[in-house]
Design a protein around this ligand. Structure first.
Ligand code: ADP
Length: 310
């Protein structure tokens, strides 16, 4: 297996406070790695270390199989496209002028690339518009265009989907898939919203309070997803009583005032609904479901919380 990014116990402290703790991240060649975590969990800080914007307090980083050090960084950084935090541009310049400047700075000379890349991110009819008149979503697209224009081998994008509308999200998601498949670009993409990266990531790394609490392939993740039955009733207390005492079920969970999730498979849906009706419990609906990545993610966070209390 070839790894494009490997970190070994990477830690970062700000004013003595540890905000990234002993991270061991492994990003495989050619994959989209979704880096998930709530706001403030340390995603940007790690990405800044990966792009040499800040130095780790402890630990080592390997990119393209080479240790990342201040002296080796120029070579390595030329092979990485990145967008970390809010993209900054020359506001009075147009998108094209901004991209031209970037290409010059990177020593990349391919005039055709600018139009190509603007088309790829669906930035059209912006010929004479200065960037200061762009919406957040448009700036985000331009940031992505700037990150990919030099055809890097590795893309590091911090919350690239921020500010895009649902159509924009779909377009950019498809673009990322295309870049990964057709151009063989490895991607590390952070997000605090699961649904945004669930559909494109090959591997998911979950960070919480500076710690990487899970690194798992989507394939394994899908296997972990469990089936359950969701029962909606306005008579929740009695329904729970029946599940426990008539049907002898133990593995169920109350979700809110009306919803119960039954994880045990020993009793059929038909039998549960029959028993409820016989006991005068009105069922509003009952359906089979699968835990989503979101629930799995929330479960991990809850587990972390509980472990900390212990
Ligand atoms: P995320 O990208 O997941 O939202 P960040 O990496 O931006 O999280 O932040 C992680 C933590 O580190 C936060 O508590 C943030 O306040 C803190 N932090 C980030 N940068 C600095 C800095 N330059 N000085 C002090 N604290 C910082």
């Amino acid at each position: 297996m070839v790894y494009i990014i490997k970190t070994n116990n990477v830690t970062k402290c700000f004013q003595g406070k540890e905000v990234v703790s002993n991270i061991n991240m492994n990003v495989k060649k050619g994959e989209i790695y979704g880096f998930l975590g709530p706001n403030g969990s340390g995603k940007t800080t790690l990405m800044k270390m990966l792009t040499n914007l800040i130095k780790p307090t402890a630990g080592e980083i390997e990119i393209f199989g080479q240790p990342l050090t201040p002296s080796s960084s120029y070579d390595v950084l030329g092979r990485i496209g990145s967008m970390i935090e809010y993209p900054i541009f020359y506001e009075k310049f147009t998108a094209k002028e901004n991209l031209e400047l970037h290409c010059e700075y990177m020593g990349y000379h391919n005039k055709k690339a600018i139009n190509e890349v603007l088309e790829m991110v669906h930035l059209i009819n912006i010929e004479n518009k200065p960037v200061e008149n762009f919406s957040l979503g448009m700036k985000q697209r331009l940031g992505i265009a700037r990150a990919i224009i030099t055809r890097p081998e590795l893309l590091i994008l911090d919350e690239p989907i921020n500010g895009l509308d649902p159509i924009g999200i779909r377009e950019i998601r498809n673009l990322f898939k295309l870049l990964c498949k057709e151009y063989d670009i490895t991607m590390l993409i952070s997000s605090h919203i699961l649904a945004e990266i669930e559909q494109m990531a090959d591997t998911i790394g979950v960070i919480n309070k500076g710690k990487l609490i899970e690194e798992v392939s989507m394939e394994e993740m899908r296997e972990k997803n469990t089936e359950y039955m969701e029962l909606v009733t306005s008579n929740l207390t009695r329904a729970c009583f029946i599940l426990e005492n008539r049907l002898h079920l133990r593995n169920f969970k109350i979700i809110d005032q009306k919803i119960i999730r039954i994880f045990e498979q020993s009793v059929s849906q038909l039998e549960i609904s029959k028993t409820m009706i016989l006991n005068d419990i009105e069922i509003e609906s009952m359906s089979k479901k699968i835990t989503s990545l979101e629930e799995y993610f929330m479960g991990l966070m809850d587990k972390e919380k509980q472990d900390q209390v212990r």
